[in-house]
Every structure is written in structure tokens, then in C-alpha cells.
Design a protein around this ligand. Structure first.
Ligand code: NAD
Length: 445
């Protein structure tokens, strides 16, 4: 088939490239001319494991192209994916202007009957609104909801091995096209969940909020562990071994971040408000997440006495491992507060250093990011681990002690991946998230 993906970001680039890899002819369109120029020069603007090789291979084969506009023969595409950003509005809703702009471009350029599949995360009713807009086109266009569930850091493997593919379509003809399109991803079994567009739109918000809710609940419990002396590892194992609950997404930490959970949880709460239905769990999930970020800051500040004049080293600047995305990253939030309170912040991340520096420029603050993790520790008063990249999992604590300043420097393990006793044995001061210092290790993993 001939396909167009609007938005060459995490979702559009992975979807477009994945579809090209399956044999389709794909054009990725983005309004950002720099991004398109870089892609055409062979530079992939994001870090996503496996993506660069896949893009190069499909570009070489001629199946994958990049442009700032839809040009022939893609004005005769079979399917147009809309994978543009839907950032939060001031009121917490989702800004769908980019979705509408993409829809308008499709309506202007499409020269034959086609499907418009909305991959962007959009409020219930957006597909219907887009349908009305594209009804002005000269050719029949049917709008379907096809929300994306990929995880940054594993986006390529998620594309080829999705847990489920959700599609909300009104007509059997649209469902058949989508079935054909996704058939190569279903060789080992049916993964399609077929609904109407409105339910499909809600599945996406409900899924993200459910996951965020689990994280926020564990984070609240970690704060309770902190004051009662219970151990969040033990609580997680005990709770997660109930098969009705399951053991995934039960890790306490510095609060969830990224471009999806924070905005989608708030967008669901906002959607509820718009329709007069209180989404209390979504609201509480968001509030608990904000409180967790404040809790981590408070742990660092209390342990150091005052942060003014102190240097704090951060390991892990992306919002999670295996990505360079720092949107709503706990590291950005913590750094902004520490800097405002007079601390110096240094950092390290295997991939996200440049994005972190840029994000803090927006806060009018400057930080130093080192290429080697131990170099970030020289003369610092504390190390805070914020993202559990593999390369941080078995560090040399003796080296950490040597590099940090002070008789018993502070190590905050905000991901609870290190063994407190090992850290304390090196003469460092340990602080986890709801883990007592005498606990042996993250048990049961
Ligand atoms: P992104 O910010 O990485 O990319 C969006 C791209 O769209 C940008 O490059 C931007 O320049 C481009 N764009 C904006 N307006 C455009 C237009 N009119 N025409 C063409 N391009 C345009 O965003 P993302 O992370 O890929 O997310 C896209 C959507 O998918 C969002 O709704 C998001 O909530 C959803 N989503 C994201 C993820 C994820 O992990 N990132 C996962 C599932 C769903």
C-alpha cells in the first residue's frame, strides 16, 4: 500500500519506518523543515533502539521518504496516519490543533478515496470532528481511530510485536483495510481489538491512566514506608504476587514522566470535567505524582541540610532508560528546583545529555553534563540516581565514594535498584524511596 505518516516524531517515525519495513511505500511528513532536512541527510533526530538502522535500510530501498508536504504520488495514498503531537492546554486538556491542521492538509491534497487513521492520543469525539473536516475533500475519506501504544525505548520492538492493535472504525470497508494493513503483525495470533471510534479513543486514555495509577499508588505507599519503616520492595512482592493484581508497573520511584502519562492523565480528568463526570482517580493520580517529585526533592534537601552552595550530581536525565526524551523528566524537575535553591547541578546520561541541557535553558539555568558518569561526581556532595539505565545497575561504589566530597557523602537511589548495605559498607550514606537503609537489596527481581 501507499502510506503517509504525518509527524516524524517518536510515533510517526516508528510507524512510518515499521510500515516501510513491512513492504509498504511510505512518506513521513513533518512541518519542521530542520527535522526533515536532517532525516534526508541520514541523521535520525531521536534516539530509539534499532530505529536508525531500520530507517537507513528502508530509505536505501526507496520505500521510505521524508518531506515537509504531501507530493505526488502520495496524494494518492491508501492510508494517511496522523501522528502529530497533542500537547496539554493550559487547562489540562489536549491541544488537537496539529491534528486538525494535518487533517486539513489531507483534505486539500488527497486525490483518491482513502483512510485517515488517527494515531495521536486525542479526546473522545476527535475522530468525529476530523471526519466533519475532511468531508470537505473532493474524494471520500473515512476517519478511524487507531491509537498508539508503543513504549519509548522499546518502540521498534513494540511496533513489530504489539500486545494489541486497537481500531475504532464505523464501516466494514475501513475495518478490512486496517486488517490487511496489520495482517503481517498478526502472524502468531489475533491482536486486533475492533471498536467504534469513541471507545477506541477512550481505550488509550484509560490504559495510560491505569498504568500511571499503579505507579502513583506505589509511590504513595513508598512515602508511607518512609515514615513507618516498612520496605516498599517487600510490599511490592506481597501485593504483586496476587494473580489478580500482577507484578508489573509496581515500582516506586521519582514519579512518572515522559510525554504521555502526565498529559494523558490530566487530559482524562479534563475530559471528565467537560462532560460533568468527575474522574477522581485520574485527578488523584496526577496529584500523587506531583507530590512524589516534591518528596524526592525534599529527601535530597533534608539529607544535605541545605542545597545552597552544594553540588548535586544526577545520573539518568531521560525520563526512563533507552530514550533521549526528557519531556516531564524527574531529572529536569529536580534540577530546576535545586538550581533555584542555589545548588550547582551536574549530570550524566547515556543519550539524553543534549536534550537535558536544552530543557534547562528553558528554565534559564545552566548545568554541566559529562560524557563519563564518574566524571560527573568529582567534588559533588551527593549523587542522585533518577533513571535505571543498564549501565548504572552495577556501579563501582568505592569509585563513587572516592569521587564525591565529604566524609560520608550522600547517594540517593530514586529507582531503588542498588543494595543499601553495599552502599553503606563503602562509607556512603544511602537514601532510597521507601527502602530502609538496613534492607539487603531489591529482592525478588
Ligand atoms: P513528537 O513531539 O515526538 O512528534 C510530533 C511531530 O509532529 C513533531 O515532529 C512535529 O513537528 C510534528 N507536527 C506537528 N504538527 C504537524 C503537522 N500539522 N503536520 C505534520 N507534522 C506535524 O510526538 P510523539 O511523541 O511522536 O507523539 C505523537 C502523538 O502520539 C501524541 O498524541 C502522543 O500523545 C501520542 N503517543 C506518543 C507515544 C510516545 O511514547 N511518544 C506513545 C503513544 C502515543
Amino acid at each position: 500500500m501507499r502510506l503517509v505518516a504525518f509527524g516524524a516524531g517518536y510515533v510517526g517515525l516508528v510507524t512510518g519506518t515499521g510500515m516501510a519495513e513491512l513492504g509498504h511505500e511510505v512518506l513521513c511528513v513533518d512541518i519542521d523543515p530542520d527535522k526533515i532536512q536532517r532525516l534526508n541527510d541520514g541523521v535520525v533526530p531521536i534516539y530509539e533502539p534499532g530505529l536508525t538502522d531500520l530507517i537507513r535500510r528502508n530509505e536505501r530501498s526507496g520505500r521510505l521518504r521524508f518531506s515537509i508536504e504531501v507530493a505526488p504520488p502520495f496524494d494518492e495514498a491508501d492510508v494517511y496516519f496522523i501522528a502529530v503531537g497533542t500537547p496539554p492546554t493550559d487547562g489540562g486538556g489536549a491541544d488537537t490543533r496539529a491534528v486538525m491542521a494535518a487533517a486539513d492538509q489531507i483534505a486539500r491534497t488527497a486525490k483518491r478515496k482513502a483512510l485517515v487513521a488517527i494515531k495521536s492520543t486525542v479526546p473522545v469525539g476527535t475522530c468525529d470532528a476530523v471526519q466533519e473536516r475532511v468531508n470537505r475533500a473532493k474524494v471520500p475519506l473515512e476517519v478511524v481511530s487507531n491509537p498508539e501504544f508503543l513504549k519509548e525505548g522499546a518502540a521498534v520492538s513494540d511496533f513489530f510485536r504489539p500486545d494489541r492493535i486497537v481500531m475504532g472504525a464505523r464501516t466494514e470497508e475501513a475495518r478490512q483495510i486496517l486488517r490487511r494493513l496489520y495482517a503481517p503483525l498478526q502472524l502468531s495470533g489475533e491482536r486486533l481489538v475492533i471498536t467504534d471510534p469513541r471507545s477506541s479513543e477512550l481505550v488509550k486514555y484509560a490504559s495510560n491512566t491505569m498504568l500511571a495509577m499503579r505507579v502513583s499508588f506505589m509511590n504513595e505507599l513508598s512515602r508511607l514506608c518512609h515514615v513507618t519503616g516498612a520496605d516498599i520492595h517487600a510490599v511490592r512482592l506481597g501485593v504483586g504476587s496476587d494473580s489478580r493484581i500482577g507484578n508489573r508497573f509496581l515500582y516506586a520511584g521519582p514519579g512518572y514522566g515522559g510525554s504521555c502519562f502526565p498529559k494523558d492523565v490530566q487530559a482524562l480528568a479534563h475530559l471528565g470535567k467537560t462532560h460533568g463526570v468527575a474522574m477522581r482517580l485520574a485527578e488523584a493520580t496526577h496529584a500523587a505524582n506531583e507530590e512524589q517529585a516534591a518528596f524526592v526533592t525534599q529527601l535530597v534537601e533534608e539529607a544535605l541540610g541545605t542545597v545552597s552552595g552544594k553540588t548535586v550530581a544526577l545520573w539518568g536525565l531521560a525520563f526512563k532508560p533507552e530514550t533521549d526524551d526528557v519531556r516531564e523528566s524527574p531529572a529536569v524537575k529536580l534540577a530546576a528546583v535545586l538550581l533555584a535553591h542555589g545548588a550547582t547541578v551536574v549530570g550524566h546520561d547515556p543519550e539524553a545529555g543534549p536534550n537535558f541541557t536544552r530543557a534547562l535553558e528553558a528554565h534559564q539555568a545552566s548545568v554541566t553534563v559529562h560524557d563519563r558518569e564518574y566524571d560527573a561526581l568529582d567534588g559533588a556532595d551527593a549523587l542522585v540516581l533518577l533513571t535505571e539505565w543498564r549501565s548504572y545497575r552495577a556501579p563501582n561504589f568505592a569509585e563513587i565514594k572516592r569521587r564525591l566530597r565529604g566524609a560520608r557523602p550522600l547517594v540517593v537511589d530514586a529507582r531503588n535498584i542498588w543494595a543499601p548495605r553495599e552502599i553503606e559498607a563503602e562509607g556512603l550514606r544511602y537514601q532510597g524511596i521507601g527502602v530502609p537503609p538496613q534492607a539487603a537489596s531489591r529482592k525478588g527481581d
